[in-house]
Ligand binder design. Structure first.
Ligand code: NDP
Length: 322
């Protein structure tokens, strides 16, 4: 089969489209023929060496497709099932071998492409809005990079939970998309001072939660727009990692909370994986949450996909088609 591997971390050219032996499933594993793999910002951190990995390594942490073989003792899925998964490396490929426990059977009405598009970013938006800071009516949240993959989903889920949403984006076109996803107000943070704007939009009160995936360029200032006893949720670093952090800021800005969460810790068991995915798939099937899947690249053009994502050219989900 063909797949993407990185032998030395680096730029998009570090990803090689190679012949890799077809996988065979061991006990508890299934082989999935991949219809679409999701591209996520974590793939950029891994490829570039920002998140260290032993080389060579396979990229890609989510996909949707069809089960073609199962190993002994697999009860969760059978050959022919349409499935999706996240959290298992090697999705940038024609075939993947996946612990059956991590596979989710797609309900009728959800395609394998939608499955690939919803898992990593959708489950992230779900845990951020429902668990890290369970949004409720009366809350206002700030969503940075609101037209991105996670951003568009988080805006929609925050609205579903009754919160007011203030989004930040870099362009007018992205502002339109964020508004379409439910953002009540959108700030062009590349042109406007987002702290001053948040204060203006909240009559000086600030937001209950600041969902920050941008990191370096937004994190420190972000504390200035959180209401007393509110929460800073740093869940990514698309502009670069933050520097050392002084906990004294939390006291000075009003007994704030700070957390740095990860999806893996929110789907540790099959029960929690199925609970979150079930709710997410239901919202998608019922049209309450829309997946934006405008950007598709053939697997062999993975470099182009990464350049587009890093270059802030994409909105919503980016898919690779083997
Ligand atoms: P996005 O589609 O959101 O792409 C990243 C966006 O970040 C860009 O479109 C851009 O939006 C914004 N951005 C701001 N500054 C920069 C910069 N200097 N370079 C590049 N982009 C910049 O990606 P994803 O939806 O895949 O991921 C969003 C974030 O969420 C990432 O930081 C990722 O690591 C994190 N994440 C964290 C998870 C967790 O569990 N902790 C799980 C999943 C994702 P704009 O042009 O509007 O500024």
């Amino acid at each position: 089969m063909k797949g993407i591997r990185v032998h030395t971390a680096g730029g998009p050219e570090a990803m090689r489209y190679e012949d890799i032996p077809d996988p065979t499933p061991k006990a508890g594993e299934a082989v999935v023929k991949i219809d679409a793999a999701g591209v996520n910002y974590i793939d950029v951190y891994q490829r570039s060496g920002q998140y260290k990995q032993a080389t060579p390594f396979a990229l890609g942490l989510e996909a949707g497709g069809t089960v073609t073989a199962v190993g002994p003792n697999v009860t969760e899925v059978k050959v022919g099932d349409k499935v999706a998964y996240t959290g298992v490396p090697g999705a940038y490929a024609e075939l993947a071998v996946v612990p059956a426990q991590r596979l989710v059977k797609l309900p009728p009405g959800i395609t394998t492409r939608q499955g690939a598009a919803m898992m990593l970013q959708g489950l992230t938006a779900h845990y951020l809005a429902c668990s890290t800071y369970p949004l409720k009516k009366g809350d206002t949240c700030l969503v940075h990079a609101a037209a991105g993959g996670v951003g568009l989903l988080l805006c929609q889920m925050a609205k579903l939970r009754g919160a007011r949403v203030i989004g930040t984006v870099s362009t007018d076109d992205k502002a339109k998309l964020a508004r379409g996803a439910g953002a009540d107000d959108v700030i062009l943070y590349t042109q406007q001072d987002f702290v001053a704007e948040v204060k203006r939009l909240t009559d000086g009160k600030g937001v209950q939660v600041n969902y920050d995936s941008v990191g370096k360029t937004t994190f420190e200032k972000g504390f200035d727009c959180i209401a007393p006893r509110g929460m800073m949720v740093l869940y990514g670093q698309s502009s670069g990692p933050i520097g050392p952090f002084d906990l004294g800021i939390l006291n000075a800005r009003g007994s704030l909370f700070v957390t740095r969460p990860s999806l893996n810790h929110h789907i540790p068991t099959r029960e929690e994986l199925l609970q979150r995915t079930g709710e997410l798939a239901g919202w998608i099937r019922d049209g309450k949450v829309q997946l934006r899947m405008e950007f598709e690249f053939p697997l062999k053009d993975v470099g182009e996909a990464h350049r587009a994502l890093e270059g802030r050219k994409t909105t919503g989900k980016v898919l690779l088609i083997p």
